[in-house]
Each structure stands twice: as structure tokens, then as C-alpha cells.
Design a protein around this ligand. Structure first.
Ligand SMILES: C[S@@+](CC[C@H](N)C(=O)[O-])C[C@H]1O[C@@H](n2cnc3c(N)ncnc32)[C@H](O)[C@@H]1O
Length: 382
């Protein structure tokens, strides 16, 4: 894996986040380079610029390297992207004069004169981002969207036109293209959260645009809900909680428990929190709420007083576009570090991912407690 970024005279050393990870993936891609090249070729002047979906800060660092006076607003849904960007700025001794950071639900300031964007994997979220931009950008504002050439087609261009303004794509360079969209100044309606029910559990689930399994219950989550572990658990972590479905049901199964929801996605955490409140899961006779919510990378910043006796986990097997099992690894290692002695890690995974090998290496034990043709539920004791 190379960490040396060199593009149009800008040289940086860039890392993914976490910097030490069991993967050989790079912190930027050719679409990042294409966006930078496009700006330099166009002799772009320094104007207030919003950067959306900057995986590990390559775009932010490149603008800051080009001119530290460049005013930047960085919008991200992923905590790992934010932490990666902050780490890379620091590592490259870059101190932008004006850098504001907002999450995927905050409102962009209306001074923005240029937007740089990477195409996210989730097109429903992309449409929502464009519609949000349409409410803030003055007519004529340029939005540059970098993407793999194979992801760009007529349907994608019409999605952009529908949600923000006229768009056309550049020629292909290193198998990527830059789409130039010009805001038409008409504010679009932002799509509301998607709602569905789990009738047999009496749970109402609401999902913001970038939440995993936004339209229906995931089949891995389904088998977890049918096979919750037996025990008198009091401190539970729903690790990679998405809309919170596992933690919400855990509270139904273990009513005295404190439940800690953790996810890398800001929209996931907001949805889990909304779902907790909307399903009235707090015991009202207790003075303090029992649901706790953390926008974080695995258990990195979980308060030290939280020592769970149960960790529920349906791990991701990709990070952005990249298929990788390093997050699952980190989740299992973090669970091992934080569980009480005798506490349980309860994991669902696609059978072919062979999580049992990793879990056994970390915990020295691993039992299959349920399975169907496709999924297994594995349990390890601390
Ligand atoms: C397979 S989904 C499971 C969601 C939910 N628990 C369910 O069962 O429907 C995996 C979740 O892990 C989250 N995730 C990915 N990377 C993460 C990280 N580094 N730290 C915490 N959560 C992460 C994703 O945002 C996603 O919501």
C-alpha cells in the first residue's frame, strides 16, 4: 500500500483511519486526483468551498496544501472519515485558516461558492445530499463530483439534474470522470426518513438516508432477533448499531439493562436515538435514561466506566466502496478489551466470512449457537 500522494505538484503522505489496519487499502483514489487535477487545470481561485464525502481527507489536505487560506467546510457522515482527515492534516503539518466541520444532518452555510464531492456508494443518500445542497446554494454555483467512470450513466446524470441542476461529465482519466453540475437555485424538498415496522416485536423503525438496511430489516439482523442470548445482562453494547434494531430488542429482552449504541455513521446514530425514544424504551421509574448513543469508530472512545456483559454485533464487510474485514476484526478486538470477565460477544455473519477463525484467535473460544443456509450466529466468552 502506498501512502505517498502526488498530484499536480501537491505532495502529501496520507493514511486511512485507523492508521494501523489489517488491510492494504489506500487512503485516496483516482477520482480524488481527478478532482484536484480539474481544479488546477481550471485555475480555480480560492473561494469558500464545501467538501462532501472526503474519504480520509485527501481533498481537504490538497486544498489546504495548495493555499492555507482556502476556506473549507467539510461535511461527513462517517466518523472514521473525520478522524482520518484530522489525522492527515496534522501529519502533513497543514493548518487551514478556516476549516468548519459539519455532520450529514447539519446545514451548510450559504456563503459556499464551490462544492467538491465524491460520489457515495448509497445513491439514495446522494440524492438527499443534492437536495440539501439545493436549499443552500446560490444559482450558478459549481458542484464538481468525482466518480469512477463505470458508475456514471444517464440515470445518474438525471438524478443530479432532478435534485440540483444541469450536469455533464468530463472525459475519462484514469478510469474516472468529473461531473460538473451548476446549481439552478431552486430548493428541492428533502426526502423524509423511511419508516417500517417489526410487527411481532411491536417496534417502529425509522431510517435516515445513509442508514444500513434503510428500507427493510436486514436478513442477518432477523436471525439475531430470533436468537438473542439467555442471561441477565445489565450493560449491553450494540456495536455497529445502524438503526439500532438489535439494541432496541435487547432492551425488550433485558428490561433492566443500560444499552450503548455505537456507529460510524452519524445518520445511523441519529436514527437509533430517534427509534429508542419513539418506541418509549426508557423505564420511566428510573431517573436517568438507559439508552446511550456514540458516533464513533468501534469502541475507541466508549467511556471507561462502561464494561459490558453483552456485545451484539452484525459487522460491516465493506468500508465505502472497498470490501474489507478489518472493521470486523477491530470490532471483535475492541469487544474483547471492553467486555467484563465472563461477558459475551454475540455476532452474526455470512457463513462464508468465517468470523469464527478470527473470534477464536482473539477469545480462545467460539461456539456456533444458530445457523441457517446463509448465516451463522457465533458466541465467544471473555
Ligand atoms: C451490517 S450493518 C449492521 C447494522 C445493524 N446493527 C443491523 O443489524 O441492521 C454494520 C454497521 O456498522 C457500522 N460501521 C461501519 N464501520 C464502523 C466503525 N468503524 N465503527 C462503528 N460502526 C461502524 C455501519 O455504519 C453499519 O451501520
Amino acid at each position: 500500500m502506498t501512502t505517498q500522494f502526488a498530484c499536480e505538484g501537491i505532495e502529501l503522505e496520507l493514511f486511512r483511519y485507523p492508521t494501523q489496519q489489517a488491510s492494504n487499502l489506500q487512503a485516496w483514489d483516482a477520482a480524488d486526483e481527478h478532482l484536484i487535477k480539474h481544479l488546477i487545470d481550471a485555475q480555480q481561485t480560492v473561494v469558500p468551498t464545501a467538501i462532501l464525502n472526503d474519504n480520509f481527507g485527501a481533498l481537504t489536505c490538497a486544498l489546504a496544501a495548495q493555499d492555507p487560506q482556502w476556506p473549507i467546510t467539510l461535511e461527513t457522515d462517517a466518523k472514521t472519515s473525520l478522524l482520518g482527515c484530522q489525522h492527515n492534516l496534522q501529519h502533513n503539518h497543514l493548518v487551514p485558516k478556516s476549516l468548519s466541520i459539519i455532520n450529514s444532518r447539519q446545514i451548510l452555510n450559504n456563503h459556499t461558492q464551490l462544492v467538491l464531492m465524491k460520489l457515495p456508494k448509497n445513491l439514495h443518500y446522494f440524492a438527499q445530499q443534492l437536495a440539501r445542497l439545493s436549499t443552500r446554494l446560490a444559482p450558478g454555483t459549481q458542484i464538481l463530483i468525482g466518480a469512477k467512470a463505470k458508475s456514471i450513466n444517464a440515470a445518474l446524470l438525471s438524478l443530479i439534474v432532478k435534485n440540483l441542476g444541469p450536469a455533464n461529465a468530463s472525459l475519462t482519466w484514469k478510469k474516472t470522470r468529473v461531473i460538473t453540475c451548476v446549481s439552478d437555485g431552486k430548493a428541492r424538498k428533502i426526502a423524509p426518513a423511511v419508516n417500517w415496522k417489526i410487527d411481532e416485536l411491536g417496534l417502529n423503525i425509522s431510517n435516515l438516508a445513509n442508514v444500513f438496511a434503510a428500507n427493510k430489516l436486514d436478513i442477518g439482523a432477523r436471525i439475531m432477533l430470533d436468537n438473542m442470548p439467555k442471561g441477565d445482562f445489565t450493560q449491553i453494547v450494540d456495536l455497529g448499531c445502524g438503526n439500532g434494531v438489535l439494541g432496541l430488542h435487547a432492551k425488550q429482552c433485558y428490561p433492566q439493562a443500560q444499552v450503548h449504541f455505537v456507529d460510524d455513521s452519524d445518520m445511523a446514530i441519529a436514527s437509533a436515538q430517534h427509534n429508542w425514544q419513539n418506541n418509549a424504551l426508557d423505564n420511566t421509574e428510573q431517573d436517568t435514561p438507559q439508552g446511550h448513543f456514540y458516533w464513533d469508530d468501534c469502541l475507541t472512545h466508549l467511556p471507561s466506566e462502561v464494561t459490558p456483559d453483552l456485545v451484539l454485533c452484525n459487522p460491516p464487510f465493506h468500508q465505502g466502496e472497498a470490501i474489507t474485514d478489518h472493521i470486523a476484526w477491530q470490532m471483535f478486538v475492541d469487544a474483547y478489551k471492553r467486555l467484563k470477565k465472563g461477558g459475551i460477544l454475540h455476532v452474526v455473519g455470512n457463513r462464508h466470512l468465517a468470523y469464527h477463525v478470527k473470534i477464536k484467535r482473539i477469545f480462545n473460544n467460539c461456539t456456533t449457537v444458530a445457523s441457517n443456509g446463509k448465516f451463522v450466529i457465533l458466541q465467544a466468552k471473555r
